[in-house]
Structure formats: C-alpha cells, structure tokens
Design a protein around this ligand. Structure first.
Ligand code: PLP
Length: 387
C-alpha cells in the first residue's frame, strides 16, 4: 500500500544526515559536557558548535540560546520565567486566542496565581490586530506572547509590527516560532522579539530537544533548577545527541530552505486551488497568502474531520484534524472557533502539511482519492441530506 505523510506540522522525520551526525555521541563521544576531561570537552565543543549554528541562523549571539527539551518547555520557560522575574513591575500578560496549549496552559496557571491574562481575538483569517494589542497594553503589562505561525491554520502574524509596539513600551515580547524555524527565514532583530521558542522535531531534527532564545539583558526566573548548565539558566545534564542533531538540522535547513519554500508553496497552492474545484462546499481556513508554505487547512461541510482522517488512513495517507477528541472532550479546535467557525464546520476540518519528502505525485494521489472519500461520507451524512 502507498504511504503518504501529510502531517509535517505534527512532527517531521529525522533527516538521515542528522541521524548520522548524532550517532557518534551515543557511544564513542558519550562524555558529560560538564566534565573537565577530554570526553567532556569533546561533547562540550559539539554543543557549542550547535549553539553557534542555531544563533547564526536566527541572527542571535550564542550566549542568547538556552537549549531545552522542546517547544513546550521553551514556552513554559518564557511565560513563567518572565512572569516571576517581573512580578514586582506588573502582573498583566497579553497573548492570543489561538496559541498552542504550550502557551495557553501556563497562561491559565499564571491566572490562578494572580496574574491577569488578556487573550487577543483574531479575525477570520486568524490574524491578530496591532491596534488591538496597543489597546490591550496597560501600565501593568510585562509580557506579550504571540505565535509567529499557527500550527493548525498556518497563519503568519505580523510579528515585527507587534514586537515593535511592545518594544516601544519596554515590554518583553515572546514568539512561539515552533512552526516557522527551518521553514521560513527568522531573524530576532527584524522581528523585534526578546524571547523565541523552537523545537528540533519540527525541522527534521530529533524529538525532545529545542531552545529558547533570550535577548541579552532580559531577565528570566530560572525554570529548571539544578546544576549550573546553560550558565545557570537551566539545570540538567546536556542532551548532547539531541543538541548535535538540532545543530545539524539547522545547517540542513540553511542549505535547503529557499528551495523547499518554493517547491512546497507550489504544491500547497495546487491543493488550495484544486480541492474547491473538485469538492463543493469547502472552506479554506487561515489566510489565503499570509500562511506557512507547507500548510493547507480546509473545512469540509457536513462531515467529521475524524471520519475523513480514518478513511484517508485506510489508503495510507496521514493527515490531521482540528476535531480530534482531546482528553475525551468533543470540543473542536479552539483555533478554528476563534476564527469564527461554527462547531459543525470546525469539526469538519482537515489539515494537510507538506515537507522535505513530499512529491507532486503524492498531491495528485490525494486529489484523486480525497473527493471520493468526501462523496462517500456525505452520502452517509444526515446533515448533508438536510442541506
Ligand atoms: N508550539 C507550537 C506552535 C507547536 O506546534 C508545538 C508542537 O506541536 C509546540 C509548541 C510544542 O512543541 P514540543 O512538541 O517540542 O513540545
């Protein structure tokens, strides 16, 4: 059976070149990077090389990078670290209604601890308005956290403009760049950000490793207390293999990104054009042009995203939906609801995300099979009958 992976936003395969770069650090070069002997120093050097590769890629200095266990830890570190470092200055945080749970959950936790959080609404395309941000800022605002690209609908926020607003007021600005690093150019100065989260498994690196960029001079309360690794900012023995993998993955993105953007945008646009041409009553979610080069998200009226997914899976095609029953609730995606979709339409969403190994023949196969699945499911749908 054919196997087609269209879920690169969930995770990417580790590039074989990344795997090869990591391999020596499991056995031959296994030293603890904090040790003074040659084993330790060899590992330390590899970690610092990765730090340099990453910082160069985002226009930062190596000392501004703290390696973490991934996007979730980086987001938690940014929010909790800022909140507790700045609580004497103020207790107000601004974020958006469409952030990943790695932001909304620590934000809710902080609300329980007495912080006030404003969740900025978004428009139909998922965009945050700079004017809304200006109006939400108070004397107590200490942090703004807005994701660079949304993981479900791919909408790209005007981060440079939003960051500038926070900068002019002396407020920390954090962006969750987990979906953008390695997929579009990112420069921390151009974006006016103080803090930026990223995760290696989203750009062909291994799982369980990421980083938080912390602009020089910005204070964060330490989140992971322990040894003095990462210059006292994060305890825990260095994850040498993971960090080496992250560094290699960044180098490969540096080399391939421009070509991948071109190729994936063409394939993305083919899907965006052809799906509505072949299937009636579908709605593109997200922004028509301000979107990630690899993201397509449609609501297919009258049917459930999960049924579509299971039917695609039977044909070997892996996609994703915003209607997944998380923690046994049947709530559809908070992102789709925030863009104004009703529950039924939000339940019928399918996300198709492309990546390094996507071929045009995969897109063609999908375009052949997808309308057949929709037709079959609609024929069984009581909602479709009534329409
Ligand atoms: N932020 C966004 C936008 C994401 O898409 C994800 C992962 O899906 C995360 C944070 C969490 O990253 P990680 O899986 O590395 O913890």
């Amino acid at each position: 059976m054919k196997k087609i992976y269209f879920d690169y936003a969930a995770t990417t395969p580790t590039d074989p070149e990344v795997l090869a770069a990591m391999e020596p650090y499991f056995f031959d070069k296994f030293g603890n990077a904090s040790s003074l002997h040659a084993y330790g120093q060899e590992a330390k050097k590899a970690i610092e090389d990765s730090r340099e590769a990453l910082s160069g890629f985002i226009g930062a200095s190596p000392e501004e990078i703290v390696f973490t266990s991934g996007g979730t830890e980086s987001d938690n570190f940014a929010l909790l670290g800022s909140a507790y470092a700045l609580e004497k200055k103020g207790n107000h945080i601004i974020t958006s209604a469409i952030e990943h749970h790695a932001i909304t959950e620590p934000a809710k936790f902080l609300e329980k601890k007495g912080f006030k959080v404003t969740y900025l609404k978004v428009d139909k395309a998922g965009l945050v308005s700079p004017q809304d941000l200006k109006e939400a800022i108070t004397e107590k605002t200490i942090l703004v956290s807005i994701m660079q690209a949304n993981n479900e609908i791919g909408t790209l926020q005007p981060i440079a403009e939003l960051g500038k607003i926070a900068k002019e007021k002396g407020i920390y600005f954090h962006t969750d760049a987990v979906q953008t690093i390695g997929h579009i150019p990112v420069n921390v100065d151009e974006l006016n950000v103080d803090l930026l989260s990223l995760s290696a498994h989203k750009f062909y690196g291994p799982k369980g490793v990421g980083a938080l960029y912390i602009r020089k001079g910005r204070r964060l309360e330490t989140f992971m207390r322990g040894g003095d690794q990462e210059r006292g900012r994060r305890g825990s023995t260095y994850n040498t293999t993971g960090i080496v993998g992250l560094g290699k993955a960044i180098q490969l993105c540096q080399k391939n990104m421009a070509d991948e953007i071109k190729l994936q945008s063409v394939l993305r646009d083919k899907l965006i054009r052809e799906i509505p041409a072949r299937i009636p009553e579908v709605k593109l979610n997200g922004h028509p042009v301000k979107r990630l080069p690899n993201n397509v998200n449609f609501s297919i009226k009258y049917i459930e995203g999960e049924s579509i997914l299971l039917n695609l899976d039977l044909l070997g095609i892996a996609c994703s939906t915003g209607s997944a029953c998380t923690s046994s609730s049947l709530e559809p995606s908070h992102v789709l609801l925030a863009t104004g979709l009703d529950h039924a339409t939000a339940h019928g969403s399918v996300r198709i995300t492309l990546g390094r190994w996507t071929k045009e023949s995969d897109i063609d196969y999908f375009l052949e099979k997808f309308p057949q699945i929709v037709q079959k499911l609609r024929a069984m749908s009581p909602l479709y009958e009534k329409s």
